[in-house]
Design a protein. Structure first.
Length: 80
């Protein structure tokens, strides 16, 4: 079972707030909160990785790719 803690609610300006204990911290900078009956559900917003991060995590290709220019006619010289 997940850890459970009793916490106090307090006012922060016009908002109601609570401090999340360290053992229940979310590994995120942002969260989505929604109400389900009398419960509040808080879920971390998972950021999608950027292209550079995604590519860095991929293994290099060992396959030899075909020459896509093979068999094409030579290019014409064009004057602009």
């Amino acid at each position: 079972m997940q850890p459970e803690r009793h916490v106090r609610l307090f006012r922060n300006g016009r908002n109601q707030a609570l401090r999340i204990p360290r053992e229940l911290e979310l590994d995120a900078d942002e969260a989505i909160v929604r109400k389900d009956g009398d419960r509040l559900i808080v879920e971390p917003v998972r950021r999608r990785p950027d292209l550079a991060t995604l590519l860095a995590g991929w293994e290099p290709l060992d396959a030899v790719l075909p020459d896509v220019d093979e068999g094409l006619l030579p290019l014409d010289d064009v004057r602009l």
